[in-house]
Design a protein around this ligand. Structure first.
Ligand code: 5GP
Ligand code: MN
Length: 358
């Protein structure tokens, strides 16, 4: 609860702030905003994550203050000496990577600020609201309650990035008039412009990344009468295109954008299995599906890591679709060729015909 959190923040001096593996805009934006706010407010703040910033967030004002955890003594000490350890935008130790067990065992007051379902029980304080559009929305509420006049460029940019990225640029069903009012307030108080933030996050893709996108698009497959679509990013595709692993950010949205597709999955090949992104249309929930494979997330955007042979993981997860989402008509195993595959098949058949007739 916010009411209990405010005095707790007021009455302590040293803060350790962290967020999840593979940090996204909400993770980094919330962290920078809260970290800088606490500093401006006179607190001592250390920000440490298990993973580095993705390249499309490297520009973020104040992002340099986030350290990558390397097991250094100083970083351990910062946590050991912290009065309060704050976890943002995730609710489980595992999603904190190497920092997870350390934060969990730390003697600091452990605070969770998050918008995911079913938080783990080891935190001392919870400021969790599942309906929040982003962790950044909750951070805004904290700042708004304590001293909104401290919102500067860095805090405003962090909050804007957090809310904008977690709402798919203000298009998901989590976006309410209130969210737009919050955004208006952030823009005014911070004196920042929105357009350059969008450009830095979305319009600085590498040519290699776009080539990888092309390969991914080519491999989209439809199942269940076109209601489920999936594609892959294999290690080979990444190698061949010289792209980086981060480049697949946002790819799954193309898969979901196909008309008639209710749920989309992207399987990214790892050394021991697959990372999976689940996305769905507003009235279709995919979180239970992800949870079934030991992942989790939100109603319309979830994820999981599944170990096993890549192709088998794909089959297992896709075949499970009817258990978790309502599909119309088509039998569970009906397979419809993509238009591309169909035309390829026709070319092959024609080639064969031509050969046999000549
Ligand atoms: P993405 O597909 O962008 O990696 O993840 C979408 C959402 O799913 C994230 O915001 C996060 O809430 C959740 N998520 C992604 N990967 C995992 C995972 O391995 N475990 C859990 N519990 N949640 C995940
Ligand atoms: Mn989030």
């Amino acid at each position: 609860m916010l009411d209990d959190l405010l005095p707790l923040l007021r009455d302590h001096e040293r803060f350790f702030v962290t967020t999840h593996l593979g940090p996204d805009g909400d993770a980094i934006g919330s962290q920078v905003a809260l970290g800088h706010f606490l500093k401006q407010w006179g607190k001592e703040v250390t920000m440490v994550n298990a993973d580095d910033l993705p390249y499309n967030l490297e520009w973020m004002p104040g992002g340099d203050d986030i350290e990558v955890f390397e097991g250094a003594l100083e970083q351990r000490r910062a946590l050991a000496e912290a009065d309060v350890a704050i976890v943002l935008d995730t609710n489980g130790a595992e999603r904190l990577g190497k920092l997870g067990p350390m934060v969990q065992k730390s003697e600091a007051v452990k605070v969770l600020i998050d918008h995911h379902r079913e938080p783990e029980p080891w935190f001392d304080h919870y400021f969790v609201r599942e309906s929040a559009a982003a962790a950044g929305e909750l951070v805004y509420e904290i700042i708004d309650a304590l001293d909104p006049s401290l919102i500067d460029t860095s805090i405003a940019t962090g909050l804007y990035t957090a809310i904008m990225t977690d709402t798919g640029s203000f298009r998901y069903s989590s976006v309410t008039p209130r969210i737009h009012r919050i955004i208006a307030d952030i823009l005014e108080r911070g004196g920042i412009e929105a357009a350059p933030i969008h450009e830095r996050i979305f319009d600085r893709k590498s040519m290699q990344g776009l080539r990888l996108l092309g390969r991914m698009l080519n491999r989209i497959r439809l199942r269940f009468d076109g209601q489920v679509a999936y594609s892959v990013v294999t290690q080979r595709m990444v190698r061949d295109t010289n792209a980086s692993w981060d480049d697949k950010e946002g790819f799954v949205n193309y898969v979901l954008s196909i008309e008639g597709v209710k749920a989309a999955l992207l399987f990214s090949e790892t050394n021991d299995g697959s990372k999976i992104s689940f996305r769905s249309e507003a009235d279709v929930a995919v979180d239970e599906w992800a949870r079934h494979f030991d992942g989790g997330g939100h109603r319309n955007a979830s994820g999981a890591y599944v170990k096993g042979i890549f192709e088998e993981v794909i089959e297992r997860v896709v075949d499970a679709a009817p258990q978790f989402i309502d599909l119309e008509g088509a039998g569970p195993n009906e397979y419809r060729l993509s238009e591309e595959d169909a035309s390829y098949l026709q070319t092959l058949l024609k080639l064969k015909e031509d050969q046999s007739s000549s």
